[in-house]
Design a protein around this ligand. Structure first.
Ligand code: NQM
Length: 371
């Protein structure tokens, strides 16, 4: 017998995946992960037996529940479903899927919409941090359509402004977990940083690359991927993440001087496949590296002055603007806040059907999902 689980399929920023109510999934996390693997069709490099899109950017899941932080309206747990391994990784956040949370939360009654715009305070459970999303709600209805454009997504949608707070050292304990702005790993200068996403940032030239390669060129570069994985495994330990073999963090960045008027040119691996654009919290972390003296971005980046800066990061399909607010002296700045523009689109509402051999529908948080 199939178990039917309500879900909404959404594009969040430049990612896509099913959004579930936590109460509709098994309470036991090991069983929940089996259900998510079955829903997405992993492990299989085509994800043919599930709704995953066979790309890390479309093999993502959002799980939404009542807030467990008093100053939030909703809990958001992100899960990266690995495509070709039976692994569900809840260690990172995803700032792209985050873009769909506000609308989902309003439409599922976690908070009442306000005429015009509704502010949704989101507890990002993976890290414990908070994000504040401004959702357009004319007529007290979530508006998905609009004229905002983000690179990596064709067309336009309603603008969702998101502020992320308290992200320094979210996963690694400190913005610079080793205390250094550069550590040398396998002979390569690496900035190990976490401002919402653990990243390893390297100058592309130090790896014999330009940093302007296309996504396809990077994905075909087996020698580069092998070197990056060796660096990543060592960096993970240095960043207090332990053995990161089965984790999707830290993300790996190649940096180069900007060439389209931005602050810095980026190419990223997440962590084994090249990103089509750039991750959101990864972008916040790289924008932070641009303003911290002595990092691998320092010297390459063209950073605007002032305490409130719009840092434009170039990526394979355009650019991504991160607004950051810094305080303190320029030799030791503190990042107060980061803000971003995203869009989301509700694509499909329905039910995912899970084979009975995986789950019989019992033991959900509310025991209501079975048919
Ligand atoms: O860094 C891809 C994405 C992401 C993550 C990844 C993200 C973030 O673009 O906050 O959004 O790094 O796997 O969705």
């Amino acid at each position: 017998m199939l178990t039917s689980i309500p879900c909404v399929l959404m594009r969040g920023g430049t990612s896509k995946g099913p959004y579930f109510l936590a109460s509709d999934l098994p309470a036991d996390t090991a069983l929940r992960d089996q259900v998510l693997l079955a829903a997405m069709g992993s492990p299989d490099n085509r994800q043919i037996d599930g709704v995953g899109g066979a790309d890390p950017l479309t093999s993502k899941v959002a799980i939404i529940g009542p807030p467990t932080r008093e100053d939030c309206d909703v809990d958001y747990l992100f899960a990266q479903v690995v495509i070709d391994e039976a692994v569900v990784d809840v260690s990172p956040n995803c700032g792209n899927m985050l873009a769909g949370i506000g609308g989902f939360a309003i439409e599922h009654g976690f908070l009442a919409p306000v005429e015009g715009e509704t502010v949704v305070r989101i507890h990002m459970v993976n890290s414990g941090d908070r994000a504040i999303a401004r959702i357009p709600t004319p007529g007290k209805q979530v508006e998905y359509e609009g004229d905002a454009r983000i690179d990596g997504v064709p067309g336009t949608s309603a603008a969702i402004m998101i502020d992320v707070e308290e992200t320094a050292g979210s996963f690694c304990g400190a913005l610079l977990p080793t205390g250094n702005s550069i550590d040398v790993i396998d002979g390569v200068d690496c900035t190990l940083m976490d401002n919402g996403m653990p990243v390893v940032a390297m100058r592309a030239v130090d790896l014999g690359r330009t940093g302007y390669e296309t996504r396809d060129e990077l994905n075909a570069d087996a020698e580069l991927k092998e070197r990056l994985e060796s660096i990543r495994l060592k960096a993970g330990r240095l960043m207090n993440l332990g053995d990161v073999t089965s984790m999707v963090t830290p993300k790996m960045f190649l940096l180069a001087a900007p060439r389209n008027g931005g602050a810095l040119c980026t190419r990223s691996f997440i962590p084994k496949v090249a990103h089509a654009s750039i991750g959101v919290l990864a972008a916040v972390t790289i924008a932070t590296a641009c303003v911290i003296p002595g990092t691998t971005a320092d010297g390459l980046a063209n950073v605007p002055g002032g305490n409130r800066k719009m840092i434009m990061l170039e990526h394979p399909t355009g650019d991504f603007a991160v607004e950051i607010e810094v305080s303190g002296p320029s030799h030791d700045p503190k990042i107060e806040r980061a803000a971003l523009l995203r869009t989301a689109r509700k694509l499909f509402e329905g039910n995912i059907l899970i084979p009975g051999r995986v789950w019989d529908g019992k033991n959900s948080n509310l025991e209501t999902a079975s048919t």
